[in-house]
Design a protein around this ligand. Structure first.
Ligand code: ADP
Ligand code: CIR
Length: 386
């Protein structure tokens, strides 16, 4: 008999809550995610019509059976990878990698998701270009009427360590210690301090989040991916005094390197970021493959791991979401709310960013965003004159 229960079991039900020791044959990472009847593995998930993710779309019974017994050298399994998408039927992607090996071991599933999201096939190679001089991006809004702020981030993970979903507390702490030490050696306008989350006052934390500098706690997608384990230990933020250069440590990726400032000077933001990346690349070996580029825990971030965004006020265009989305699609843009992923717009302001990250260079990612923003502003102006 195969019985499955995904989710916390109600009191006194016959399912056991797996502990690390009990689940070690299945997953060493989760002490709370899988509930199985003694010794019997989870069956093929029941993907009801609620499930919209690419994982649910591509995890056929055949692929499930092919992959269900496999485990990476770090002990990461198919169940670990898909748990976020199973627990959150509204996931768009629904899968996370625990290490670089996850992308090859579970390739029959990951490849399809990568191809669908990035339009990038098994035989394609990634490319990189961090030369800010190649970017064609004169400020599209010098009066500051539309663009509130610009932010560009990349994700990075250390070579030879598991990714966040499979990292141990000790490994996470090693990342925090070694990376924050290196960041302390930055100088000029990148010089700053590291602030661990553990011990940060609630007031400071809330204000950093409200001002868009710090990640939130308790994201349910990351929670189910095992990315919030041991919270807040090992997490923190480095920033310069102007808060125009920031590094998040041990959130969804081990590093999120961020450059941001008010207004629409996209080229300056990119330039500051590339200077910082080149400095860090000399000191740290990051996980990178010729095929997939920078290795990240979420497959949407593979390649450049770059998200270049503006917070932009487009009140007229937003009244016609269909036209807004049509322009966004034409320029490979993603539209988010202004408090991060899965948040809503506020006051007609949207977060507009590049959607493609793999098989395109960093310069192309920012150029996508820039060209799209120019088109969006032109459409807004046209509606103003109507
Ligand atoms: P990420 O960009 O790291 O994938 P989120 O979408 O959750 O993750 O955004 C992280 C934070 O960055 C949020 O607080 C969000 O409001 C902020 N942010 C994103 N783009 C901009 C921007 N252009 N200007 C100011 N803040 C931004
Ligand atoms: C999801 O599947 O919706 C979340 N795990 C987030 C996926 C990455 N974000 C994105 O593409 N916008």
């Amino acid at each position: 008999m195969v019985r499955v229960h995904v989710g916390r079991p109600p009191e006194n039900n016959p399912f056991i809550e797996c502990t690390n020791s009990k689940t070690s044959a299945i997953s060493p990472h989760f002490s709370y995610n899988f509930f199985i009847y003694e010794g019997i593995k989870m069956d093929y998930p029941n993907f009801t019509s609620e499930y919209k993710s690419l994982m649910a779309k591509y995890l056929t019974k055949d692929i499930f059976n092919e992959l269900k017994e496999l485990k990476t050298a770090n002990g990461y399994t198919l169940f670990d990878a898909i748990n976020s998408g199973i627990k959150n039927p509204d996931s768009g992607i629904g899968i996370y990698a625990g290490d670089e090996e996850s992308y090859t071991l579970f390739a029959p599933l990951f490849d399809k998701i990568i191809e669908d999201y990035h339009g990038f096939s098994k035989s394609d190679m990634h490319k990189s270009n961090l030369n800010a001089e190649d970017l064609n991006a004169v400020n599209p809004d010098p009066e500051g009427k539309y663009i509130v702020s610009t932010r560009i981030r990349v994700g990075r993970n250390l070579h030879n360590l598991p990714l966040g979903p499979a990292i141990s507390k000790e490994q996470r702490s090693y990342v925090e210690q070694s990376v924050s030490d290196i960041l302390k050696s930055l100088d000029g306008d990148l010089a700053g301090s590291y602030y661990p989350l553990d011990g940060m006052s609630e007031e400071d934390r809330a204000s950093l989040i409200a001002d868009h500098f710090l990640f939130k706690a308790g994201d349910r997608f990351l929670e189910a991916a095992g990315l919030n384990r041991d919270w807040p230990s090992g997490r923190g933020i480095y920033h310069n005094s102007a808060k125009t250069f920031l590094v998040w440590i041990n959130e969804e990726d081990e590093l999120r390197i961020i450059s941001m400032q008010k207004g629409g000077d996209i080229k300056s933001v990119f330039s500051r970021l590339t200077t910082a990346i080149m400095f860090l690349e000399k000191k740290i070996e990051f996980s990178y493959s010729q095929h997939l580029g920078y290795i990240t825990s979420c497959p949407t971030n593979l390649g450049t791991a770059m998200r270049a965004s503006v917070h932009i006020a487009l009140p007229k265009l937003a009244a016609d979401m269909e036209s807004f989305k049509a322009i966004a699609d034409k320029y490979y843009l993603q539209i988010r709310g202004i408090h991060g992923e899965h948040s809503q717009s506020e006051g007609g302001i949207y977060d507009v960013s590049n959607r493609r990250r793999l098989g395109v260079s960093e310069v192309e990612c920012v150029q996508d965003m820039y060209d799209g923003v120019v088109a969006l502003i032109a459409a807004e102006k046209k509606l103003e004159n109507f």
